[in-house]
Design a protein around this ligand. Structure first.
Ligand SMILES: *[C@@H]1O[C@H](CO)[C@@H](O)[C@H](O)[C@H]1NC(C)=O
Length: 213
């Protein structure tokens, strides 16, 4: 079996895991023993939410790490965040706020190459760029950059506020309202929804992928 195939299997496992934690929480095994399972779930029944409100109510004791696996439309990206230790520990840390900009599965699938592939690696190393142990390390580094470019190191994040992502050397980004929807600038990516607002930040779902190159 080729090493790259192994990497795919890890990704598949991560995705399957995302679907697994999206099960009703009563069935979910204790992953984080300090947190009571009961504090996960809507604060108000849907009927009491204000009309036309697309934003979920804030959930204080819940962390981004708890809600990342809930929405199947982003489970590819959710799997990536769990593969990157520095990101998964940040999203599980109640003292560090983040705004996670999670691209929908369809946006990740539409990319001309996999998020861990870099044309420069193919230019310098050829078709075997991601084979062997070095190749896997290279793929992992590239994937980390991809994920870092989709995590803003603060929350709340105000409209027009220029801010850095976790990606070292990335340009600043901001968001603005356009035709009734939030748009991440300067990339011009539409925010489909704010999926969760929890104790250490917010999870936004994007209709596209940031240009991270
Ligand atoms: C972190 O996020 C929480 C929940 O949105 C908020 O109450 C708190 O003020 C934020 N802390 C900082 C330092 O921004």
């Amino acid at each position: 079996m080729k090493p790259l195939a192994l990497f795919y299997i890890q990704l598949l496992a991560a995705t399957a895991y995302a679907q697994y934690v999206a099960l009703p929480y009563g069935i979910r095994p204790k992953i984080n023993a300090q947190k009571p399972l009961m504090d996960i779930g809507p604060v108000m029944p849907p009927s009491q939410q204000p009309e036309g409100s697309k934003q979920p109510p804030p959930q204080g004791g819940v962390l981004i790490s708890d809600v990342m696996g809930r929405d199947r439309s982003i489970n590819i990206f959710a799997g990536f965040t769990r593969d990157i230790a520095s990101i998964s520990s940040r999203l599980d840390d109640s003292s560090k706020n983040s705004t996670v900009l999670a691209p929908r599965n369809s946006a990740v699938e539409k990319l001309p190459r996999k998020p861990w592939e870099d044309p420069k690696d193919y230019d310098s190393l050829g078709a075997n760029a991601y084979e062997g142990e070095d190749g896997q390390d290279r793929a992992h580094r590239n994937l980390r950059r991809f994920v870092e470019a989709h995590v803003v190191s603060a929350s709340p994040w105000q409209e027009g506020e220029k801010i850095k992502t976790l990606l070292d050397g990335d340009r600043e980004i901001w968001w603005e309202m356009k035709d009734g929807a939030r748009v991440i600038q300067p990339d011009g990516i539409q925010v489909e929804s704010i999926a969760s607002r929890v104790g250490n930040g917010e999870l936004w779902i994007l209709n596209g992928v940031r240009n991270y190159a």
